[in-house]
Design a protein around this ligand. Structure first.
Ligand code: ADP
Ligand code: MG
Length: 247
């Protein structure tokens, strides 16, 4: 198992935010984490990438307790695109992407090649010299995904990776992540997209992981109405598919 959470609880300012969460991501699985605003999704992710400590429970990545790993070892296993990312970094795009190589020894020519490839994969080929702060929100998001890619970890954590993107770039990123073949846990808001792209998904509500499994089994009208307080109706829907040429 690439990621294994057992009974993970998190408290912030003495308040319980996550309660006894169990969650698994197998190697090469693309798993979504969905749930209403404020239910604890980001808190759970931050605990997995060690920005927070759990008050109870165990989190292991590739067999080891993450809170017992060195910073470097952990950064070689888990890459993150966080929800709140610095938007005014005074760096070029190339420098930002290169930060993903921090846990490794620098090999300048090979690292530049890696960065160029990663930028190409996220649709920012040749953007190395652009100033990060001048990018659009969607371009920043894609540059940060490129930074996570060059980290070459077996586990990827994405917190709302499509939130600043137009529909075309949302689909590009979701396709890209699915095709990476890297174990991925992604917080997604769009339930239809989660169902279309993910192998499995987990639903959180009020700090608890309520259900997990294949989208078709988990996203029932009953669960959606319980968790979100909305009625879900199955209808024929408009399906967006990407095609290669820029519009
Ligand atoms: P989600 O990502 O699902 O929208 P969060 O994990 O960001 O939810 O937040 C869950 C709850 O934890 C919210 O009630 C939020 O106000 C609270 N919270 C988040 N960060 C902190 C913090 N640093 N200190 C205290 N409470 C926090
Ligand atoms: Mg969040």
């Amino acid at each position: 198992m690439m990621l294994d959470l057992r009974g993970v609880s998190v408290r912030l300012d003495g308040r319980p935010i996550v309660h006894e969460a169990d969650l698994l991501v197998d190697a090469s699985e693309f798993v979504a984490l969905v749930g209403p605003n404020g239910c604890g999704k980001s808190t759970l992710l931050r605990t997995i990438y060690r920005a927070l400590r759990p008050s109870a429970g165990l989190i292991s990545v590739d067999g080891d307790d993450v809170h017992g790993l060195s910073w470097r070892e952990s950064a070689r296993r888990t890459a993150v695109v966080a929800q709140e990312t610095p938007s005014e970094l005074d760096f070029t795009v190339g420098e930002v992407v290169l930060m993903g190589r921090t846990p490794y020894e620098r090999v300048p020519a090979a690292d530049e090649e890696r960065c160029a490839r990663a930028l190409d994969r996220v649709g920012l080929a040749g953007a190395e010299e652009r100033v990060y702060a001048t990018l659009s929100g969607g371009e920043k998001q894609r540059a940060l995904i490129a930074r996570a890619l060059v980290q070459e970890t077996p586990l990827l954590l994405l917190d709302e990776p499509t939130s600043h993107l137009d529909i075309r770039h949302q689909l590009e990123i979701l396709h890209l992540v699915r095709e990476l073949g890297v174990a991925t846990l992604a917080v997604l808001h769009d339930l239809n997209q989660a169902a279309a792209f993910c192998d499995r998904l987990y639903v959180m509500s009020a700090g608890r992981v309520l259900a997990g499994g294949p989208p078709g089994q988990v996203l029932t009208p009953d669960l959606i109405s319980e968790v979100y307080g909305v009625r879900a109706v199955h209808r024929t829907q408009l399906v967006f598919e990407r095609f290669k040429e820029e519009p």
